[in-house]
Write a protein that binds this ligand. Structure first.
Ligand SMILES: [Zn+2]
Length: 120
């Protein structure tokens, strides 16, 4: 049985993990700064951001290949950010009108941290 991949993960080119992932994928399509792949071993579909040094790339599982290029993965990306920071703190977000708890190591809540372009 192939190892199960998380629904969303960071993809960092040049790492051993990235090379391993790429070795298991075949490219099916390319559209709107995304690439669609099929995992050879189990037939699952995966979307990868095209290479862009200013942007964090993600490997995201795609269930509906009909709308793979418009699938909104921001909720999954936020979950990953939350997990990476280890949760939320006791203080409130410093954005006016926002009383959500801060993301650890941030002055902002998860949503406002993400809105500011922070991905890790
Ligand atoms: Zn906030």
């Amino acid at each position: 049985m192939p190892r199960t991949w998380p629904t969303v993960s960071y993809f960092n080119s040049g790492t051993a993990a990235a090379r391993e992932v790429m070795g298991e994928l075949e490219l099916l399509d390319r559209k709107n700064w995304y690439e669609l792949y099929r995992r050879i071993e189990d037939g699952t579909h995966w979307r990868l951001d095209t290479e862009d040094k200013f942007q964090q790339r993600y490997l995201v599982q795609i269930d509906d290949t009909g709308s793979w290029d418009s699938f909104d993965s921001s909720a999954l990306e936020k979950e990953l950010l939350l997990e990476r920071r280890g949760g939320v703190g006791a203080e409130e977000c410093i954005c006016a009108g926002c009383s959500a708890p801060v993301l650890l190591k941030s002055a902002f809540c998860l949503n406002h941290t993400y809105e500011r372009g922070v991905r890790k």
